[in-house]
Design a protein around this ligand. Structure first.
Ligand SMILES: Cc1cc2nc3c(=O)[nH]c(=O)nc-3n(C[C@H](O)[C@H](O)[C@H](O)COP(=O)(O)OP(=O)(O)OC[C@H]3O[C@@H](n4cnc5c(N)ncnc54)[C@H](O)[C@@H]3O)c2cc1C
Length: 304
């Protein structure tokens, strides 16, 4: 079968945060058929794309992981774009630009895959992946079957989709874009990149994007800044001094460092504004391996 498998794979090699212990086995399928076979055969594998929205436990994961990086076929026909789940979002944004298609300019600045972007309903600069989404193929890991879902069935809303509630894995997706003036598309993309330069750490300071979701009608960054958390440190992790909703890994931070820091941020905002921030980052772990981490995470999900 067309896949590579590596035992005891250190996931921090792959995450934008440069944090994460070993997975039991890491699978890299090269074809859709191999991906589906793995999804059928492996019990509860964790599927990851660009690993740019995850905090992976430094204690490791007692599970198999499927990394979609080699599932990177795409095609463009008229104003429709088809992409497998592992296609890199910024690359697809550039391809759309080259064909004078508008709707993906927002994806130029973040290092995710199409699978992660659909799962998260990634968005920025008043555009979201749901805006151009037409349909997708998913694998239902409970029923072990492939389904085709349309936009309505995806239940997209702010940073979520049906995929976060059901046992669905994205195989590929089709988008419908709008033909527009290429210079205009290029200038929007340049503006988006310029905007990020000042407000987000680049990946030379390993990070995983926004830590908390924006609460309704407010901004997590604004609340955190007013709560005075910028520059707070825990082990090798630090709240970025440029924007209070980012944690940067300055010196071999562990997942526990990040979770302790997240709890401090969460508590400061809760005490000052009685607002309970909700993590945007997905914490990937095996429950029970680190009680400390389980407790820190559950506190923020209001389970304790
Ligand atoms: C510097 C920086 C800037 C960022 N800016 C933004 C931004 O402006 N807007 C924004 O929305 N996000 C932003 N992010 C976060 C992140 O890049 C996006 O959410 C991205 O879409 C996640 O994609 P990924 O492939 O990296 O997902 P991963 O981190 O690999 O996974 C995220 C979640 O998606 C699931 N997943 C991944 N692939 C699949 C699949 N094929 N099927 C089912 N589930 C899957 C994973 O299991 C996990 O739960 C930023 C991140 C960084 C580091």
């Amino acid at each position: 079968m067309e896949y590579e498998v590596i035992e005891n794979y250190e996931l921090k090699k792959h995450t934008t945060f440069k944090i994460g212990g070993c997975a039991k086995r890491a699978f890299f399928p090269q074809t859709k058929e191999a991906f589906i076979e793995l999804l059928k055969e492996l019990p509860n594998p964790i599927v990851l794309g660009g690993c740019s929205n995850v905090l992976i436990s430094s204690e490791g994961i007692d599970a198999d992981v499927i990394l979609t990086t080699k599932l990177n076929n795409f095609s463009i026909e008229n104003n429709k774009i088809f992409a497998q789940c592992g296609v890199k979002a910024p690359m697809l944004s550039k391809e759309a630009e080259s064909k004078s298609l508008s709707g993906m300019e927002f994806m130029i600045g973040f290092p995710g895959s199409i699978g992660g972007a659909v799962f998260m309903n990634a968005s920025a600069h008043s555009q979201a992946i749901s805006d151009t989404f037409l349909s997708c193929h998913i694998f239902d890991t409970e029923k072990k079957e492939i389904l085709e879902l349309n936009k309505e069935e995806m239940n997209f809303s702010y940073r979520t989709s049906v995929m976060q509630k059901k046992p669905y894995i994205l195989i590929d997706a089709t988008f419908e874009l709008r033909p527009d003036d290429k210079n205009e598309i290029t200038s929007i993309m340049n503006r988006n990149l310029e905007f990020r330069k000042d407000r987000q750490p680049n990946l030379t300071l390993p990070n995983t994007g926004s830590i908390f979701r924006n609460p309704p009608n407010d901004s997590a960054g604004r609340l955190l800044e007013k709560a005075g958390v910028k520059g707070l440190k825990q082990g090798g992790a630090e709240v970025w001094t440029g924007h209070a909703n980012f944690i940067v890994n300055t010196n071999n931070a562990t997942s526990t460092d990040v979770l302790i820091l997240m709890n401090k941020m969460y508590n400061e905002v809760k005490e000052k504004y009685t607002i309970e921030l909700v993590p945007e980052v997905k914490f990937i772990r095996t429950i029970g391996v680190s009680k400390t981490e389980d407790e820190l995470w559950d506190t923020m999900l209001n389970k304790k």
